[in-house]
Write a protein that binds this ligand. Sequence first.
Ligand code: GAF
Length: 394
Amino acid sequence: MSADPTTIPAELGDTFRDAFGREPSGVWSAPGRVNLIGEHTDYNRGLCLPMAIPRRTWVAAARREDRRMRILSRQVPGERTIALDGLLEGNRGGWAAYAVGVLWALEQAGHEVRGLDVVVDGRVPLGSGLSSSAALECAVAVAAVDLFALEGLDGDDGRRRLAGVCVRAENDVAGAPTGGMDQSAALLARADEALLLDFDGDRPPVHVPFDLAAHDLALLVMNTRAEHSLDDGQYGNRREECLAAVAELGLGSLRELRPPDLERVLPRLSSEVLRRRVRHVVTEVDRVTRTVAALESDGFAALTALFDASHASMRDDFEISCAELDTAVDTARARGALAARMTGGGFGGSAIAIVRTDLLDEVSEAVAAAFSDCGLREPELFPVTADGSARQER
Ligand code: GAF
């Protein structure tokens, strides 16, 4: 692996030539993401505020004239060949389902595609809650758009349609019942901006300035290396609980509720668990709105309380945190981070902290030491800036 995980891997072309005996037609990439705030809100027609990070998944690709995908990853042993026909009944390729699923979903959306030869180099750490799956889907998706000259999938509106295609690949082929935040971030994000996504209807995203460096601040990613997976049932369980609450309350979605409604509606739910889940979603959507208002008025100081409340809500009400995430967040805050919270689906994965630039080393060292003291695996700690979306690289 080349040393710098943020630049195009030099070996990608060689691997492609060795595997397929020809030149790739190009190289495309898509970013991982962190979510600044708004967790488990996307599938509740809520708001969230992700940004892309400079850890990307790169794909070298060329079209095939048959209807098969041949794919290998520079991180996972073994080449896979997967037929597009009968995909839902046949071999979905394990991790490669995220890639071949995109071709399948493009066809389902009425686009004409054929097979692809693909080499993947994924620099979004796997199982880190930084959206490596969506990065793979979206890198393959933009490659397919270019290689098959697909129409209507460019520009902001086209990219939103393409995000929908990638969500379908993830839900129906890879079998992870996720919402649309990660794919939207990978396809719509812009450098130095966060992306306000509103999943209530078909609303365009809003780009929110997020240039921490201009305020002598940095965003620290704390990958706990506690493995997180979106298809192991825990994520799906939370989604089902939210649906159950919606049914019990006779609503279209939890988005219809505001924090002042909670006192009235929570007692109508059949269990304390459902009350906690609803309280998380409703207050979390409200925190997204408040975070955006703070960022638009240059008020980073307001993020302290908002991130604290968000993390507590995920730990206590949605119950998706874990010892590693709490250790990272609590230590960062105790050592002077302006704000910190877990990010993404939870049950492991990563947390984020907004830290004064001059405290970055101190906070990082304190988090690493706390993990060591608690006998936890060494975390991976790295600062990120808001990066751009999926693109052709060459
Ligand atoms: C994962 C999912 F993929 C997203 O759709 C979102 O629900 C997130 O968890 C939690 O906010 O990243």
